[in-house]
Design a protein around this ligand. Structure first.
Ligand SMILES: NC(=O)c1ccc[n+]([C@@H]2O[C@H](COP(=O)([O-])OP(=O)(O)OC[C@H]3O[C@@H](n4cnc5c(N)ncnc54)[C@H](OP(=O)(O)O)[C@@H]3O)[C@@H](O)[C@H]2O)c1
Length: 502
């Protein structure tokens, strides 16, 4: 759209209503301008699309942080109208961000576990064969693989928290999710029980009575549910990721003690204080300064809450995956994830950035098998595990593989790659277009972008030695990141139409 124009709050509001409605496929009158944007279920990619289109309309790049600090359409439109340059013109998007002071957030002050959560008031438990397992995140990517593992390695029924209008809809959502990852078997049907609820609500969105019934019947909990969004700030993710974890800990500590197996993330070590240092599984992580993504901030606080509950007597195991890649056997993956969108975008652009970046992602089959196996070992109780890939490969190796598959791509210096992104990626046909605000936003005091912040030199060395030792008695091995595995991934992405043949 245009570059020289002034817009009122009402114009921006109308634009946001109509574009949001189009993006999520509803009528404009179904959009409530006072509703939290998060409640429309925008994933990162959809949020990026909205941000990118807004940038074009306004003629400057609103900070994604600004967008999500004003989390409903009414507040956001008002704030954007105030910020609009009088004669806005499309400029270099790296320098044209609105300089909005971001409120400083003290994450350590967020680590407050409701004092009424008192697992030590209950008798200790030793559960070797759970009959009733409660799982969150069963409609997600990792959750689907965890369900499969639990069904195969226990005789338990799996009670799955699911956001749905009713149990039937919940059941069908869970079934469709397993089918989408080729994990479904009709024999699973009677053992998957939907529990309608919401992590973001007190008592997981259930009535007090239903919560108590669940608390009395469940033997063990797997908590994999979280809102994964790389655009939303801490404030928008706190309810689901932090308070939701607190509700799970409450459930575990009522009526009878239930072990909680929590899916955290290596992001808990994202503070620059750990850059270049070796971090081990049982190391504490007290540094939070310099964690910029709201999502990573919530994972830091949530794991701290789990550790507080552990210190109050709750049996827990903590599992920290890195980025999770596709199934090493079938190549099946979550095509909306960041790695796939980046690879697809770089292939379309013809250039990868020549940066010191290690690919340390672990395949989803390894992560899910390791979580379920480790959670069942009595010696695991109280411990954390790093599911980091033991032999990461540099990005330059991936680029060589991609070239050997016949894709005409080149590695170019990072600044040149950024210029290509700004100047030559100009349509939503390339997924990098929608990722631009995320890739170009400057965050730290040093004004670094997210790719700068994730360069190898700024990251910790995440040790997984103890995890590998704990897995040594099993047949679970993390498959090497090899050209064969990348071939398997690429074949799946081509077969689904996500990537074109080289
Ligand atoms: N994927 C990765 O690369 C990665 C890396 C490190 C750690 N992790 C962690 O692994 C876990 C699983 O991630 P994933 O990749 O499987 O994510 P995902 O595919 O996005 O799944 C997230 C799950 O959480 C559920 N959820 C979100 N908000 C909810 C709410 N308010 N109430 C109830 N359920 C809610 C989702 O339900 P709906 O279907 O209703 O949205 C979905 O089942 C997360 O804890 C994540 O932090 C993931």
């Amino acid at each position: 759209m245009n570059s020289k124009h002034s817009y009122s709050a009402a114009d921006i509001q109308a634009w946001l209503v109509s574009n949001l409605a189009e993006l999520i496929g509803v009528e404009t009158d179904e959009i409530d301008i006072h509703e939290h944007l998060e409640n429309y279920g925008l994933d990162s990619a959809q949020a990026m699309i909205l941000v990118s289109k807004l940038e074009k309309m306004l003629g400057f790049q609103p900070s994604p942080l600004l967008l999500w600090h004003y989390p409903n359409i009414a507040a956001l439109s008002q704030r954007l109208a105030e910020d609009l340059p009088e004669e806005s013109a499309i400029q270099d998007t790296t320098t044209a961000s609105v300089n909005t002071p971001i409120p400083t957030l003290d994450l350590s002050a967020e680590v407050v576990l409701d004092p009424t959560i008192r697992p030590d008031a209950l008798p200790p438990v030793s559960i070797t064969e759970p009959k009733h397992i409660f799982l969150t995140g069963g409609t997600g990517y990792l959750g689907a693989f965890i369900i499969r593992e639990l069904l195969q390695h226990t005789n338990a029924d799996i009670y799955c928290l699911v956001r749905a209008a009713n149990p039937q809809e919940g059941k069908s959502k869970l079934e469709k999710n397993l089918q989408a990852y080729a994990l479904w078997d009709d024999s699973y049907k009677p053992r998957i029980v939907p529990v309608v609820g919401d992590l973001a609500l007190p008592l997981l969105g259930m009535g007090a009575e239903q919560f108590q019934i669940l608390a009395a019947n469940i033997d063990t909990i797997y908590h994999s549910g979280a809102l994964l969004n790389y655009v939303f700030p801490y404030s928008a993710l706190k309810a689901a990721n932090v308070l939701g974890t607190q509700e799970v800990l409450r459930l575990a500590s009522q009526i009878k003690l239930k072990p909680v197996h929590y899916v955290s993330s290596v992001a808990v070590f994202e503070s620059p204080a750990y850059a270049g240092k070796v971090v081990k599984e049982q190391d504490d992580f007290n540094h939070w300064e310099g964690i910029f993504l709201g999502y990573s901030q919530t994972k830091w606080v949530a794991e701290k809450l789990v550790k507080l509950a552990r210190d109050r007597g709750l049996p827990v195991t903590i599992h920290r995956p890195p980025l999770i890649s596709g199934d090493s056997q079938t190549g099946i993956c979550n095509t909306h994830d960041f790695i796939n969108l980046m690879v697809k975008g770089c292939l379309q652009m013809g250039y990868f950035p020549d940066v010191e970046y290690m690919m340390d992602m672990s395949p989803v089959d390894y992560v899910s098998k390791a979580i379920v196996y480790l959670s069942m070992q009595p010696s695991s109780i109280g411990k954390a595990f790093n599911l980091q890939h033991p032999q990461p490969e540099p990005l330059s190796t991936l680029i060589k593989w991609v070239q050997s598959f016949g894709y005409p791509v080149k590695a170019i210096p990072y600044e040149q790659w950024q210029s290509e992104l700004i100047n030559n990626v100009s349509s939503v046909d390339n997924p990098l277009y929608t990722l631009r605000p995320f890739l170009l936003e400057r965050w730290s005091d040093e004004q670094l972008t997210i790719p700068d912040l994730y360069l190898q030199a700024r990251r910790p060395h995440i040790s997984c030695q103890e995890t590998l030792q704990a897995l040594a008695g099993s047949s679970i091995v993390c498959p090497p990141i090899s050209s064969e595995m990348f071939m398997t991934y690429t074949a799946y992405l081509i077969q689904t139409g996500f990537l074109n043949v080289a």
